[in-house]
Each structure stands twice: as C-alpha cells, then as structure tokens.
Design a protein around this ligand. Structure first.
Ligand code: FCB
Length: 453
C-alpha cells in the first residue's frame, strides 16, 4: 500500500488501458471496414480456439457501463485505441462519420465522468485494404496514416489532449511481419524492418499533424521496452544481452531520440537502407511531449553460440503468459531510459499480468497474484521517480479481460473479469485493491489541461 511519504506527486495519473480490437466487438457495425486482425482470425490455425474480436467485450455498446466502472474505480485516465477501419473503411479516402461518432460519444462520456482520455491512434488494426496494397512495408501506408490521423484529430482534438501515435511498433513489425504470429502474418525480416521504419516515419508525420490540428495537446509514442540482463558476467553473455537490447529497445529509442539507427545492428541497418530516404530520421526524431513505456518482464540473455538465447529463471514466479515477474526490471528500465534518452515525460502506458482467474462459488474473482504484481510494480515506479525518472502516470493493462491476440480469450489480464457467455463484468479483487490504492492518494484539485491548453 502507498505510504504518506510516497514519491507520487498529487497530479500523478492513475489509469487503465485497452485497445480497440481487443474489446470493442461490433466488427460489422456502422460501416466499419475489415482489418488485418479480422482476416487473420478468419484464417484457420492462426488464433487459438478460432477466437476473434468479432464480439470481444462488446465495449462498442456497453461503454457507458464500463465508464461507470472506471468512475467507481477512481481512474484519472483511460487509454483506448481508435480502430482505423471504423474511420476509413478502405484505409484512405472517404471518412466514415459513424465511426468517428462512436469515439466522440466515448470521449464525452469519459469527460463527463472526469476521466481524461488517452487516445492511441494505432494498436495494430490496419485496414485490410491497405495491407492488400502493400501494408506497412510500403511507404504509402505511412502516408495514409497521416491522413487518418488528421481525420481523427480534427474531430476529437478539441477534447482529447493526450495522443499516442503507435502502440509497440516492435511487436507489430516483428511478430506481425517476421514471425507471422500476429496479423498480417508475414514472415519476412526485410518486411519487418521496412514496416518498423514506416511506423516510425508515420509517427513523426503524425506528431506534426496533431500539434497543428490540436495545439497544446501532448503527443507521444508507446514502445514495448524491457531491460536485457546478461545471464552471467562473461563478455559473451554481456554482448548477447546488448544485442537483444539493441533489437528490442534501441532500434526504436535511438531513431526517436537521437535521429539514428544503432550502428551495432549491422544486418538490420543493411535491411533498412533501401527504404530510408533523406530527411526520414529528422522526421522520426521530431520532439515528442512524452514517451509511453509498456513493460511486462525483463530479458535474461546468454550467448547461445549462433546468437542470443533467452534464459528462463527457474526460481522466479511466471505469469500465465510464461513471463517472469521481476518488478525491479521496471525500475531499472525507467531510470535507464530517463538517463540515456531524456524524454520530457514518461507514462507507463501498460503494465499488468495474466493469471488463470476463475469466478468461484462466492461470485467473486480472487486474484492475489495480480494484486501483488501491481503493488510491486507500482512500488518499482515509485523508486524510479525517486531516482529522477520523469514518470507522470501509470496505466494497468488491462481494465477488462479481453482478446489477447493469438492467444484468443485464453489469457485474462483484466482487473475486471468478463464472463464471456453473458459478457457480465465482475470486478476482481485487484480492481478493489486498485480502487482503494487510488483513493488513498492525496488528491488536490488540478487545473484542467483543456482550460490551460
Ligand atoms: C502488449 C499489447 C497489449 C496486450 C498486452 C498483454 O504487447 O500492447 O495489446 O496484448 O501486451
């Protein structure tokens, strides 16, 4: 539990995060176009149990009830993403007003309950039409993203003051384009490198578009970052950990904050050079207002002979995803990012854990492991702040159990349990813990960012 002398400032933002495809459902409603995730889920063998986001949590219709639960929780902010195929069903061209209307209603509902909207523009649901035309490996998709951004920000920019351009470009580029385990299911390293470059490029363009269309708003990008620890102190293991750090972290942090791809990743540099054009790195390194950090685990790396090898630390606790629970990794990560890259502000835009939750005879969901995970990771954030990292907010992943990509509905990350057959929402014990935690924070009235923006 927090203590009176905790380093969290009174204006620290306590939030929860979600993503469009994982919660909304209503896949065929109000003119929404097809996304790469609809196509991927419909492809046999791609997603566990043949699950899809077609219905998900039905947040599209039930958002007023969910916002009421957020209010009850005492959230300062809610992070959600906008489904590009609702706004531009064909990816480019004609804007679908009904799609924008949904987010308009959601934003108003949040603000009416004093919850600050944090909108992510891209959480992986590319319109299928754009994938068919070349997808993220093609520069044209980055141009289309800038147009889409403008359509959204024109409509919502008078009320949404925090914008996240992309969520986890590493995951989308590599898991989606090289490993083939996420949509669009490509299996080419060259495609992954090109996709990553165009995601970053489109981020840079979007920063300009957002600042121009919504002056005073805060713009950032969310990266999945994890500290890479060498399995031993040998030079070989240290080099292997540095390589993993380069591939997972520096490949994105360096262009964003230093305007250059890391020199040591020679193979990737060879792959990016054909798509890199003059001026791209200046665009990508345009100043941002904050960095979003998603973190779930750390890497422990040894030299496997033909490349780095990820080690499993047997004595550690692991979540239902098989991810090691290691809170100090978050502390060290935040301090390191602050030291090496000096972002103006940092938000932890995702952190949380999947466990095999069940609703038991008393009607409740007892999830002490998740509560302990959140408690220890929030404590890690507080240590990072004490060590000088400019962390301004923390978002639990996730508000609701939801569609966990290739794992379908088999992994439960929510602090609210979803009974999928009925879609009933059941707050878990961790929800009540987070509510009590938030309510014990010293609360002083904050000037509205809209009034001061
Ligand atoms: C992150 C994603 C998010 C969710 C969590 C568990 O990589 O951004 O959508 O799947 O992992």
């Amino acid at each position: 539990m927090p203590t009176e002398n905790s380093p969290f400032p009174p204006d620290f933002i306590w939030g929860a995060a979600t993503a469009s495809y994982q919660i909304e459902g209503a896949a065929h409603e109000d003119g929404r176009g097809e996304s790469v995730w609809d196509r991927f889920c419909a492809t046999p063998g791609k997603v566990r149990n043949g699950d899809s986001g077609e219905r998900a949590c039905d947040f599209y219709h039930r958002y007023p009830d969910d916002v009421a639960l957020m209010r009850e929780l005492g959230l300062d902010a809610f992070r959600f993403s906008i489904a590009w195929p609702r706004i531009l069903p064909e990816g480019r061209g004609k804007v679908n007003q009904k799609g924008l209307d949904f987010y308009d209603r959601l934003v108003d509902e949040l603000l009416a309950h004093d919850i600050e909207p944090f909108a992510t523009l891209f959480h992986w649901d590319t319109p299928q039409a754009l994938e068919d035309a070349g997808g993220w490996p093609s520069r044209a998709t980055a141009e289309a993203f800038a147009e889409y951004t403008e359509a959204v920000v024109r409509r919502l920019g008078d009320r949404v003051r925090h914008w996240i351009t992309h969520n986890e470009p590493w995951v989308h580029a590599w898991i989606g384009h090289s490993w083939g385990q996420h949509a669009p299911g490509r299996t080419s390293e060259a495609d992954a490198v090109a996709a990553a470059h165009h995601l970053l490029l489109s981020h840079g363009w979007a920063v300009d578009v957002i600042h121009a269309s919504a002056p005073g708003s805060q713009v950032g990008i969310t990266l999945n970052l994890a500290q890479a620890y060498p399995a031993s102190e040998t030079a070989e293991d240290e080099a292997a950990a540095w390589q993993v750090d380069g591939e997972a972290n520096r490949w994105f942090l360096d262009p964003l904050f230093r305007g250059a791809y890391p020199a040591d990743l020679l193979e990737r540099n060879a792959l990016v050079s054909p798509v890199l054009q003059d001026g791209d790195l200046e665009t990508i390194s345009a100043p941002i207002d904050f960095l979003g950090v998603n973190n779930y685990f750390r890497f422990v790396v040894s030299n496997g002979g033909d490349g780095p090898r990820m080690e499993r630390v047997a004595e550690s606790q692991h979540t239902d995803m098989g991810w090691e629970v290691y809170p100090d990794g978050l502390h060290q990560l935040l301090v390191r990012v602050a030291r090496d890259y000096s972002p103006r502000e940092i938000y932890v835009t995702e952190n949380g854990a999947a466990f095999g939750d069940v609703r038991v005879h008393d009607g409740h969901v007892h999830d002490p492991e998740r509560t302990a995970y959140l408690d220890t990771h929030i404590a890690a954030v507080s240590r990072a702040i004490a060590d000088g990292a400019p962390v301004k907010g923390y978002f639990v992943w996730s508000l609701l159990d939801n569609f966990e990509w290739a794992h379908g509905y088999s992994k439960r990350f929510g602090i609210i349990f979803i009974d999928y057959p009925t879609l009933e929402r059941v707050p878990k014990d961790s929800y009540y813990w987070y509510r009590d935690f938030i309510s014990t924070r010293a609360r002083t009235p904050q000037p509205s960012p809209i009034a001061t923006g």
